[in-house]
Design a protein around this ligand. Structure first.
Ligand code: SF4
Length: 226
């Protein structure tokens, strides 16, 4: 007769095997997403990354990959899953959040404790162009010193959609947290660090326009036909 402890032991081994298989499958699906741009079983990917993040990172490292791949997968999955919801939100209820580290080292703007950094449009960095586009589309732009600032803004103004820019690690973590509150999309920094980091401004602008330019085009066409 099998004892109670044996049953528990066998169940524990079975659960361990299932977990390892799930982590391996998720890593494979994540690599397919990054390399082939194919999204398969996104909910499984999200579940693995949210519930077993540390184990997932360990498995990736065991295959010679670094933590960035895990963050890349997390960002890509959420971008794919949230894009259509984001596109349906009117621009007046969207925000763009960029980190202060993309400013020029000689930026003349100062930090406000409530609203972040208020760009003076000096033109020394890309934020001037992002600000112009954000204002043209109707977004609110926040240039923030860190993650806690973003949480405060989200709680205070409760946007329905947010587009965030940050390093891979912070962006993945932030998107996971904010996904529960609004439709969040993200653009990772091309070069991270503390000052004068780099970002793909074209990609930010492309995402900012999601669901807006097409709509405006339709309104223009409708008027022309009338
Ligand atoms: S464009 Fe704005 S954010 Fe960039 S350096 Fe000038 S004032 Fe600072």
């Amino acid at each position: 007769m099998v004892s109670f402890y044996e049953v528990v032991g066998r169940l524990a081994v079975a659960a361990g095997i299932v977990l390892v298989l799930m982590l391996l499958l998720s890593l494979l699906l994540g690599l397919i997403l990054i390399k082939k741009k194919k999204l398969i079983l996104p909910r499984l990917l999200l579940f693995t990354m949210e519930s077993f993040n540390t184990h997932f990172r360990r498995v990736a490292r065991a295959f010679g990959m670094n933590d960035r791949i895990v963050d890349m997968i997390g960002i890509e999955v959420r971008n794919r899953l949230n894009a259509s919801r984001f596109a349906r939100v009117p621009p007046s209820e969207r925000i763009l959040v960029v980190p202060q580290c993309i400013r020029h080292i000689n930026c003349p703007a100062r930090l406000d404790a409530k609203t972040g950094i208020s760009c003076k449009e000096c033109g020394l960095c890309i934020i001037k162009d992002l600000k112009a586009e954000a204002e043209r589309l109707g977004y609110r732009l926040f240039i923030v010193p860190g993650g806690s600032f973003v949480r405060r803004i989200i709680k205070a103004i409760k946007p329905k959609a947010a587009l965030g820019v940050a390093c891979y690690k912070d962006l993945n973590r932030g998107m996971q947290e904010l996904s529960k509150m609004c439709a969040v999309l993200g653009v990772p920094l091309l070069k991270d660090g503390c000052v004068e980091t780099k970002v793909d401004a074209g990609e930010i602008i492309r995402i900012m326009r999601l669901g807006i330019e097409e709509e405006r085009q339709e309104v223009r066409c409708g008027r022309a036909e009338a």
